[in-house]
Design a protein around this ligand. Sequence first.
Ligand SMILES: Cc1ncc(COP(=O)(O)O)c(C=O)c1O
Length: 402
Amino acid sequence: MLIADRHGKAPLPGKSGFNPVLAAQPRTIFDVMSGLARELDAVNLGQGFPDEDGAPDVREFAARSLMTDSNQYPPAPGLIELREAVADHYLRFQGLDLEGAGEVVVTSGATEALAAAILGLIAPGDEVVMFQPLYDAYLPLVRLAGATARFVRLEPPHWRITAEALAQAFSPKTKLVLFNNPLNPSAVVFPDEDLRLLAAACVKHDVIAVCDEVWEHVVFDGRRHAPLMALPGMRERTVKIGSAGKIFSLTGWKVGWACASPPIAQAVAKAHAFLTFTTSPNLQRAVAYGLGKDAAYFAPALQGFARSRDRLAAGLKAEGFAVLPSQGTYFLLLDLKASGIDMDDQTFAQRAVREAGVATIPVSSFYAEDPVTSVVRLCFSKKDSTLDAGVERLARARKLFS
Ligand SMILES: Cc1ncc(COP(=O)(O)O)c(C=O)c1O
């Protein structure tokens, strides 16, 4: 981006141009919207990070560790204390029986775990089944690995998976399925029935499932997260990906992990060794400490997010907006059509930030083809004052546009 800006239309150095997969990627919508929010001093309900840092004790642990423990390269697959803490955490919270040393690889955020899984497991020419709406990193990574994407299109209001859609997407060439549950941006927690359909398709077609479960702790109204890895036939063919950034509301930490049976974990670890090699040791130590906590420790943060979700939803409903149910994640979807706004999501998001001073994320940006264009994503992990100001600005937008 910088290079292109600086050189304008001058020919780029390096013969035939840069990597075409990345050159074809537009700037991410999060970047665009956050940039506009800053420039226009708009209320930012766009990008998904909390207004306030979480877990003060985990941060204090990290600060102490920085001064008292080693700051040199830790082992490539991660400190054993964190690998064991991840395994123990998932045993206590999700009933999974993982072996820290052989089945957990620590990465620099879930994003690197995704990259390592995709690059480590795919061979050029393979097919990868993905669900739209999809997180922005998935498609470029799959294409960088030389694979072809096959999409299952999910749509509001229920975003359900069907056997027919899976049958159309899976083929003899399918190597991997990339699945995000709870799903960003739809804010749904997939029901057991859908998980069973997906697991059965993976077993039938001998496919590995890469499960992005970064939102596993942010599920509301008494729901429990069900890992795909726990379904029949999935233990040996699933890569389960988690993120400390999401669990402790410390999104900038970029400490994540991939859990899988030993041969798959080794393939992921190999790719990780050439991507980042390792991850900040003292953040790893602090995350290991935090993962050791019990359910009572995690409850207040979750209650806080649920309260913020309810505040934003109630405020919007009072202004006549229609919202979709948010079962998990930091997000709530505003249904433009049902709110009487006759405009596609991209136009709404652009006009709302410029004319009414509120940044949102158009959900069509999460589709590679045939997008859903009738909903925008709002992030509620914000202070009450930010949420209230967001509602007021959205109400202003609605008046302006009708
Ligand atoms: C579905 C999904 N996957 C991965 C990530 C990135 O996680 P990390 O910051 O640990 O790389 C996010 C962040 O919002 C996400 O929503």
